[in-house]
Design a protein around this ligand. Structure first.
Ligand SMILES: Cc1cc2nc3c(=O)[nH]c(=O)nc-3n(C[C@H](O)[C@H](O)[C@H](O)COP(=O)(O)O)c2cc1C
Length: 202
């Protein structure tokens, strides 16, 4: 059983999504002793953004297999495809996801690997896994007037659906900027949910 754990917050030890994601992974370890966990902290160890040169190597066939950009991409895609469970720490930054996470997405979204186009439209190639998103946002978007400004969680749901993964669970702390009491309550509730949800789902 393989678990891929991706963190993308830039806030280090204080990160809410780090804490929620860690609780999900802890629950997964309890549910599956011997779980093989790969952890990537995209803020501590950033993935270079996709650019024209890298895309030419990946999609244009101009890259040798031992080229560092090609090698990194091969590893990133293998990690995703091999995972039974994917845990993504994804804070809301400017209504969307951190650019560090977008960089990872842009590197694993490769035709023929995680999706392909057919005469009936796109087809995901990375199905059969569970995704848990550890989400945090300063405001409240799950209901109320700001819901339409949420380009973080719907974006992630769409990306994973595009890859063929529909089993996506969001565990969120929101309204964390509403004051210390709200912060504490939202974080504690999310961590409790993380501990309780995965063993039931695994
Ligand atoms: C660069 C940056 C941008 C942010 N943008 C938003 C935003 O658009 N909407 C919002 O509700 N909160 C926003 N926040 C607040 C974060 O979503 C919140 O602090 C959350 O806890 C961040 O997750 P983290 O603690 O794992 O970094 C932003 C925070 C940072 C650091």
């Amino acid at each position: 059983m393989n678990l891929l754990h991706i963190d993308s917050a830039i806030t280090g030890e204080n990160s809410v999504t780090h804490q929620i994601g860690a609780a999900i992974v802890e629950a997964a370890r309890r549910a599956s002793p011997g779980l093989n966990v790969i952890h990537r902290d995209l803020a501590a160890d950033p993935i270079p953004h996709l650019d024209g040169g890298i895309m030419g190597k990946l999609r244009g066939g101009q890259g040798e297999a031992n080229d560092p950009d090609v090698l990194l991409n091969t590893v990133l895609i293998e990690e995703l495809l091999a995972a039974d469970i994917v845990v993504i720490g994804a804070p809301m930054y400017n209504f969307s996801v951190p650019s560090q996470l977008k960089a990872w997405i842009d590197r694993v979204a490769v035709p023929g690997k995680t999706f392909r186009y057919t005469e009936n439209g796109p087809q995901g190639l990375a199905g059969g896994k569970k995704v848990f998103v550890a989400s945090a946002r300063g405001g409240i978007y799950s209901e109320g007037p700001a819901a339409a400004a949420d380009f973080q969680e719907p974006f992630l749901r769409q990306i994973f659906s595009f890859f063929g993964i529909e089993d996506v669970t969001f565990i969120r702390a929101e309204g964390v900027a509403y004051g210390p009491e709200h912060f504490k309550a939202a974080l504690e509730a999310a961590i409790a949910e993380a501990h309780g949800t995965l063993p039931l789902a695994a």
